[in-house]
Unconditional design. Structure first.
Length: 359
């Protein structure tokens, strides 16, 4: 298996499986001299970890990161940063009845066909537990971006039929941690949580949408042809488990508008160039324009459902599978910090790339 490395200058190579000894990674290209706030990194991991509410998986993991290299006296040295998060609460026997059958819409079939072998315990490398490495790396990237005045906030904007009906600017995005769904509308969040809990009781799952806003991004990040910033963000988001779609700016919305209505008009803002609107989503010609970057990420329902479904075994014989184990009824609440992490990794990588654009 290859392609376990993400990034150009700022790079993460991740390793580990859901029921292996650990999930971890090696980070290259992280700038020296960045103060490493361990409390902040653990807080980011806590936002992703299982068992945090009644609407997430019941698996209990401390998810405490151990840094092995690249940090000295609380500061990054510029050397490779190695880290591990040890798995402590695997229930591998829960997956014994799935060893020789394929879960519908899961990676079981494609992994077996491609590699001739798979780790059936929790999905092995295909498990969303792999995203721990991304959250650790994303937290480090956030610490670096903070020095540049760049902030990244993701939030749940839709769960099943329940969705926000206003632009992100109408909501207080600092309030998303006030509810387990991580939605900035507290009343809607309550409805979303009730709905997820009901779906969980049925043994089923549900999907939805996470929105993300990047503020403070400077003008000039991204390349005009094959290194477009929105393409890099799309690649990052589509690498996350269960993601089925990505759109930035207006995306698929308002397709009935003409160009004269859709364009973001320039104006003289007290001697500086300003924009009358931001339908472009902060990126034009593949390059950031200094406005807020905003995008949406669609997540499908989790493939593993705790109810009977027809399937086939590895010999192709039709059978019935009823999955066991501890699974999320909805991935969105725990995916919010993952979306932020991948955005932060992309932004830091492209910021460092931009430094190589001119002498």
């Amino acid at each position: 298996m290859y392609n376990n490395t993400f990034g150009n200058i700022f790079r993460l190579t991740s390793f580990g499986e859901s029921h292996g000894k650990a999930i971890g990674g090696v980070i290259d290209g992280f700038p020296a001299g960045i103060t490493i706030d361990m409390e902040f990194i653990q807080k980011e991991l806590n936002r992703r970890r299982p068992g945090q509410s009644a609407i997430t998986t019941a698996r209990k993991e401390a998810d405490e990161v151990e840094f092995l290299s690249g940090i000295y006296e609380g500061v990054s040295t510029g050397c490779p940063i190695g880290f591990a998060v040890w798995n402590t609460n695997q229930h591998s026997n829960d997956y014994d009845n799935m060893k020789d059958v394929y879960r519908p819409s899961h990676a079981d079939y494609t992994y077996t066909q491609k590699y001739g072998i798979r780790d059936h315990r929790g999905g092995g490398r295909s498990s969303a537990r792999e995203t721990i490495a991304r959250v650790v790396t994303g937290a480090l990237a956030k610490l670096a971006l903070r020095q540049l005045g760049i902030s990244i906030t993701a939030f749940t904007s839709q769960v099943g039929p329940f969705k926000l009906d206003k632009d992100y600017t109408a909501y207080d995005l600092t309030s998303i941690e006030n509810n387990p769904v991580r939605c900035p509308d507290q009343d809607l969040a309550h409805q979303m949580a009730d709905y997820i809990f009901r779906i969980k009781g049925e043994g089923d799952t549900i999907g939805g949408v996470i929105s993300c806003v990047i503020k403070g991004c400077p003008v000039g990040l991204g390349q005009p042809v094959f290194g477009k910033l929105h393409a890099a963000l799309g690649n990052a988001m589509l690498s996350i488990n269960a993601v089925k779609g990505f759109e930035y700016g207006q995306g698929f919305s308002n397709m009935e508008l003409k160009g004269s209505q859709q364009n973001d008009i320039f104006y003289n803002n007290n001697g500086e160039i300003g924009f009358r609107s931001n339908r472009s989503g902060g990126i034009q010609g593949g390059i950031s324009n200094g406005q807020d970057i905003y995008f949406r990420v669609a997540f499908k329902p989790v493939a593993t459902v705790l109810m009977e479904q027809p399937t086939v075994d590895i010999q192709g014989n039709e059978t019935i599978l009823k999955a066991r184990g501890r699974h999320d009824p909805c991935v969105l609440p725990r995916a919010v910090p993952i979306v932020e992490a991948m955005a932060a990794m992309t932004l830091l990588d492209y910021y460092l790339l931009d430094k190589a654009s001119t002498l």
